[in-house]
Write a protein that binds this ligand. Structure first.
Ligand code: GLU
Length: 449
């Protein structure tokens, strides 16, 4: 390995020994930058990698809120403003009990490269809380969001840092968060957060953007292989906003999503999740706050496999769309044994590094990385910011057309970046290199600090 990369990796490991998810993503990204670092000795002189792995700023704060029984709870809130070289910090907020500094830093680090890949003017950030939205009443969620924003507001702004949703944060939470920001600031600065309701500046197609974008990207991969979605079956995990958009676009492109999963297990629907009734039911399941996918099997009378993952299913395409480290080595071996050609990550870092490397090493397999595949979400957000600053709305067709173009570009830029360094059709390295190049160039130009 390149000695500079090795040195930075070792130092990062020593400094952040109890942040496994963060170290996982740093290792994945830095190792694939080897040919670029070899070609640019000036980066070492400018301590570029050392600066890149260290967040510009980490904000950690107390969030105190009252439940419906008048009991008080204290959660921890975070905002990691990782890299602002390309634009205002941009990235979602995650409300989930698993949230800790390691998860926030891994997501923030990924976001730098993802946001760069969109070619839009946005820096990388992530935030959230260990608050568990499961089983909370609407009033409790509102009070939590208000308490969260009462601290966060001083760190964000339309030209400073623009949060959005992620796991556990959807349109409802974004509405409450924005309402509190507006109340405290005394100004209608709706460019401060994205994923808003359409009535107060949300973008048409933003709810669909992550899922549609992932399907557009997968479609480019299939095209590259002189193939298409026509007649293909797709196994996905999760049943949230991303899955909802993905099921629809895959169906429109001629494919069929046949699985969904939740913390309780997975469902297998051989007819496909491809009717309006089924799409609407996904939204209902989410809104119920039960976090159970078995409800789908009960409603549409299909198989439910308790406490299992869908990765042993014999399908044409696998698209993990739930959360990090969903696909471990054990699953990767099953996927390879089943002869599945297309492994397209959708959720952030859904694959362990070991499993990812193993699948990348298979001759007949194509692996696509989440930071490229799911970039449609944040791209949709950047398009929302553009509309907010111009104080106008684009039609759904206009947004969709831009989103489609961005996803095609991300695929093509990744292909080009990998080819430039003689790596062949390697979408994982290509995305890291293409994302890195833009940030590196801007960091070099802006001086060392
Ligand atoms: N949470 C999404 C992501 O991981 C979207 C972020 C955004 O829209 O700012 O990219």
């Amino acid at each position: 390995m390149n000695q500079y990369i090795e040195r930075v990796l070792n130092a990062t490991k020593a400094k952040n020994a109890n942040e496994p998810e963060f170290l996982q993503t740093v290792e994945e990204v830095l190792t694939s930058l080897e040919p670029v670092i070899n070609a640019h000795p000036e980066y070492e002189k400018a301590a570029l990698l050392e600066r890149m792995v260290e967040p510009e700023r980490v904000i950690e704060f107390r969030v105190t809120w009252e439940d419906d029984n008048h009991e008080w709870h204290v959660n921890r809130g975070y905002r990691v403003q990782y890299n602002g070289t390309l634009g205002p910090y941009k990235g979602g907020l995650r409300f989930h009990p698993s949230v800790n500094l390691s998860i926030m830093k891994f997501l923030g680090f990924e976001q730098i490269f993802k946001d760069s890949l969109t070619t839009l003017p946005i820096g990388g950030a992530k935030g959230g809380s260990d608050f568990d939205p499961r089983g909370k009443s609407d009033a409790e969620v509102m009070r939590f969001c208000q308490a969260f924003m009462s601290e966060l507001y001083r760190h964000i702004g339309p030209d400073i840092d623009v949060p959005a949703g992620d796991i556990g944060v959807g349109a409802r939470e974004v509405g409450y968060l924005y309402g509190q920001y507006r109340r405290i600031r005394g100004a209608f600065e709706n460019g401060v957060i994205t994923g808003k309701g359409f009535a107060f500046g949300g973008s048409l197609m933003r709810p669909e953007a992550t899922g549609f974008g992932a399907a557009y990207y997968a479609n480019e991969v299939l095209k590259h292989e002189h193939d298409s979605f026509e007649g293909k079956t797709v196994a996905i995990s999760g049943f949230g906003n991303v899955a909802w958009g993905l099921c629809q676009k895959v169906a429109q492109l001629g494919g069929k999503v046949v699985t969904l999963s939740g913390p309780d297990g997975y469902i297998y629907d051989p007819d496909g999740i491809n009717t309006q009734e089924k799409y609407d039911y996904l939204l209902e399941m989410r809104a119920s706050g039960r976090d159970r996918v078995q409800d789908y099997a009960d409603k549409f009378d299909c198989e439910f496999h308790a406490k299992e993952k869908p990765w042993g299913c014999k399908v044409d395409i696998i698209m993990p769309s739930a959360t990090q480290n969903d696909v471990t080595m054990e699953w990767a071996e099953k996927i390879v044994a089943n002869g599945i050609k297309y492994y397209i990550e959708v959720a952030n870092m859904p694959t362990t590094n070991e499993a990812l490397m193993y699948m990348l090493g298979q001759k007949n397999m194509i692996v696509a990385p989440s930071k490229a595949v799911n970039a449609g979400g944040v791209a949709g957000s950047a398009l929302e910011m553009a509309q907010n600053s111009e104080r106008l709305f684009w039609t759904a067709e206009e947004v969709d057309e831009k989103l489609h173009r961005i996803m095609v570009n991300i695929h093509d830029a990744s292909v080009k970046a990998a080819e430039q360094y003689g790596l062949g059709y390697n979408l994982v390295a290509g995305a890291n290199i293409a994302g890195f190049q833009r940030v590196a160039e801007a960091m070099m130009a802006q001086g060392i600090f």
